[in-house]
Write a protein that binds this ligand. Structure first.
Ligand SMILES: CCCCCCCCCCC/C=C/C(=O)SCCNC(=O)CCNC(=O)[C@H](O)C(C)(C)COP(=O)(O)OP(=O)(O)OC[C@H]1O[C@@H](n2cnc3c(N)ncnc32)[C@H](O)[C@@H]1OP(=O)(O)O
Ligand SMILES: NC(=O)C1=CN([C@@H]2O[C@H](COP(=O)(O)OP(=O)(O)OC[C@H]3O[C@@H](n4cnc5c(N)ncnc54)[C@H](OP(=O)(O)O)[C@@H]3O)[C@@H](O)[C@H]2O)C=CC1
Length: 318
């Protein structure tokens, strides 16, 4: 979500579909909460009554995001803490800091992550290690510290944001491997920590519209042009990419009591993209699929479809 979009009237515009006091009295942590999907999640959790600490590496971005959130939610506690989740000591200090500030840690949303697109043969060992370290080791460190320092005694709720690694992840071998590992870690932690009243689930987004995803992937020379996340729309069954608010809604459901019996799942949120396994099935036009949240401007989407049509990659409705 663009941060300007949440100021003024936007708080009402992005009001959650959930009950306003759903997380009243709860406090928690959103890693990567200063930008994109993490920011939308922090925003919705605050909307629903929680106090939230956001964390990532870039202090300027965190401070700006926290200021925006405080302005939108003066009645809530919004804190930030600079932490590189690849550094175990920083992770331990960050969890200690949340507890010092809030006195509790009811939920953790692991949204910090990232990678770069490259064919497997061009990924160096260090590049692979770096992406695994960030997405797998970093996520594990946050989960374990949260459990050891608080959830072991008090229970809690963890949601890991991963990515749709299913059926392989071409151009993203490092992140595909790391995210699949987090899905498995989610199952293991769900089993081991059920006895302590801790639920652990993952959310695997497909192509999601966010300012940051656009910036990071604007790279020439790949098969879907210079903005591959947006350019995938014609090849997704619902014929659009997703919004950060759609991801946030799913996370809030998983954190809510309505999901009390849900643990160890990885919920895909991808408009059906990862179901596309039958090569004989050609997607037809879609004009009435529902929309929710901030999506690319109509003219951008039209341009994407025109480019795909020119390349004769689209079929009409039967
Ligand atoms: C092309 C088509 C592909 C499909 C695209 C469609 C996508 C579909 C689904 C979408 C899935 C996910 C979307 C998103 O995640 S949205 C955006 C999230 N944000 C990010 O990912 C940005 C964050 N990324 C990073 O910070 C870095 O990539 C990194 C994780 C690697 C961390 O960087 P750091 O600064 O810590 O690391 P170093 O600079 O020290 O580098 C370490 C090694 O990694 C190599 N590296 C880093 N970047 C690149 C690059 N762009 N290209 C090639 N190699 C890279 C670097 O060279 C180091 O290795 P060596 O020491 O061996 O050189
Ligand atoms: N947008 C999309 O289409 C999809 C995104 N995802 C995943 O969802 C998550 C959020 O993505 P999105 O919001 O789009 O992109 P962003 O780039 O906005 O989010 C990544 C966040 O992670 C933080 N981060 C990165 N490295 C570290 C680190 N070492 N320690 C702590 N924080 C870190 C970044 O902040 P900072 O730089 O300040 O550290 C940033 O806030 C990521 O894991 C992404 O890979 C998955 C599928 C699709």
């Amino acid at each position: 979500m663009a941060q300007q979009a949440v100021e003024g009237a936007a708080r009402a515009q992005w009001a959650s579909v959930f009950r306003e006091d759903l997380f009243e009295g709860q406090a928690g942590l959103v890693t990567g909460g200063g930008t994109g999907i993490g920011f939308a999640i922090a925003f919705e959790l605050l909307t629903l009554g929680a106090d939230v600490l956001i964390t990532s590496r870039n202090e300027d971005r965190l401070a700006e995001a926290a200021a925006t959130l405080r302005k939108a939610f003066p009645e809530r506690k919004v804190e930030y803490f600079v932490c590189n989740i690849r550094d175990d000591k920083e992770v331990a200090a960050m969890i200690t800091n949340v507890l010092e500030r809030f006195g509790r840690l009811n939920f953790v949303v692991n949204c910090a992550g990232g990678q770069y697109p490259a064919p497997a043969s061009a990924i160096t060992n260090n590049g692979f290690r770096t992406v695994v370290d960030l997405n797998l080791n970093g996520t594990f460190a946050v989960c374990r510290e949260a459990f050891d320092q608080y959830m072991f005694d008090h229970g809690g709720n963890i949601v890991n944001i991963i990515a749709t690694y299913h059926n392989g992840f071409p151009m993203m071998a490092h992140t595909g491997a790391a995210r699949a590992a987090v899905a498995n870690l989610t199952e293991t932690l769900a089993l081991e920590w059920a006895a302590y009243g801790v639920r652990v689930n993952s959310v695997a987004p497909g192509n999601i519209y966010s300012e940051s995803s656009k910036l990071h992937y604007r790279t020439k020379g790949n098969f879907l042009g210079d903005d591959p996340i947006a350019a995938a729309a014609p090849f997704i069954p619902c014929k659009r990419i997703g919004s950060t608010q759609e991801v946030s809604g799913l996370v809030c459901f998983l954190l809510s009591p309505a999901a009390s019996y849900v643990t160890g799942v990885t919920a895909r949120i991808d408009g059906g993209a990862t179901l596309m396994s039958n090569a004989s099935y050609v997607l037809c036009d879609v004009d009435n699929y529902p929309k929710y949240g901030e999506l690319p401007p109509e003219e951008d989407t039209r341009a994407v479809f025109e480019a795909a049509a020119q390349a004769k990659l689209l079929e009409s409705k039967l």
